[in-house]
Design a protein around this ligand. Structure first.
Ligand code: CAA
Length: 283
């Protein structure tokens, strides 16, 4: 299917990043937030990153303006009625996602592809909330979505070929490197990355190394682009703990379980960059 219009539900860090990619690729995009204010905050965020690109000579001013004009905002799901693909990036909880997909099924065209950006929940369980699970697929982006090249295109148990390939082609069109995988806990990258990051956090206590030294170690000894503590701060400590819990629940592998230190940080409101403090402090 040729994708002319994309809908993005939820314009937090991930949703705004996905919407940015779509408008930059020349696709009319409608973004939905629960309040108009939150929608405007996302528009500002996208505008800010596109302006930085023009300032750095990576994007013509007119191209930036055209991209911004392709973005429309709504608080109503009805605005997705004419979308070819809708990408969900709301809170990482199963029930709200299932409710949303049931509603999207009612509103969207029967041939529209319904995609979820879930990182640790089952795409199959989300799809099962609809009576047309064949058109539900995972499109799992990485944080920050505009900068990280990968998108995992996730085939749930009943995903049909055409919606799957439409999602894959959309991933390529918005400049990503898509990979195909099946709906298993953590898909490909998080299946490896989440226990690895948990190991890193446990090493903080075991080896009595500071977050700064651990980060220096992994950057300079393993070639990571950023250290594990900085990465967990970027992802969000609440998001990482939540993803770890979801994977632990599914696999019962001890390494998936969130380290006590991270749970304590989450409970104390130290959420990383977004709260201004995690392993590091931010302005
Ligand atoms: N959205 C859009 N643009 C952004 C952005 C964002 N969130 N963040 C930064 N940018 C833009 C900025 O304009 C910035 O330029 P200025 O500072 O001049 O304004 C530009 O991108 C470059 O930013 P950086 O200088 O910070 O870029 P960098 O070269 O240092 O690379 C990085 C940053 C890509 C994040 C790199 O450090 C990296 O690859 N880190 C690893 C990230 C990673 O592993 N992510 C996966 C997390 S796991 C996950 O997401 C899975 C999950 O399900 C939870």
């Amino acid at each position: 299917m040729e994708v002319r219009k994309v809908g993005v539900v939820g314009l937090g860090a991930m949703g705004a990043g996905i919407a940015q990619l779509c408008v930059e690729a020349g696709i009319d995009t409608v973004g939905r937030e629960v309040t108009a204010d939150l929608g405007e905050q996302a528009r500002d965020r996208i505008g800010h990153f596109l302006t930085r690109k023009t300032e750095k000579g990576q994007l013509e001013q007119s191209v930036r303006d055209d991209a911004m004009n392709r973005l429309s905002l709504t608080t109503e799901l009805d605005a997705f009625a004419d979308c070819d693909v809708v990408i969900e990036a709301i809170v990482e909880e199963l029930e709200p996602k299932r409710q949303l997909f049931a509603e999207l099924e009612r509103i969207c065209r029967p041939d529209a592809v319904l995609a979820t950006n879930t990182s640790a929940l089952s795409v199959t369980e989300i799809a099962a909330a609809t009576s047309s699970p064949g058109r539900v697929v995972g499109m799992h982006f990485f944080n920050p979505a505009p900068l990280m090249p990968l998108v995992e295109i996730v085939r749930a148990e009943l995903t049909e070929d055409e919606p799957f390939e439409t999602a894959f082609a959309l991933g390529e069109r918005i400049g990503k490197t898509p990979i195909r995988c099946h709906d298993t806990p953590g898909f490909v990258v998080n299946r490896v990355l989440i226990p690895l990051l948990n190991d890193c956090i446990r090493v903080l206590d075991e080896a009595r190394v500071s977050p700064e030294d651990l980060d220096t170690g992994m950057k300079n000894g393993a070639g990571w682009p950023m250290g594990p503590c900085a990465l967990v701060d970027l992802v969000g400590i609440d998001v990482h703990v939540h993803a770890s819990e979801a994977l632990y629940e599914k696999t019962r592998e001890q390494r998936m379980a969130p380290p006590a230190r991270l749970v304590a940080m989450r409970n104390a409101g130290l959420l990383g960059r977004k709260s201004g403090r995690g392993f590091y402090t931010y302005d």
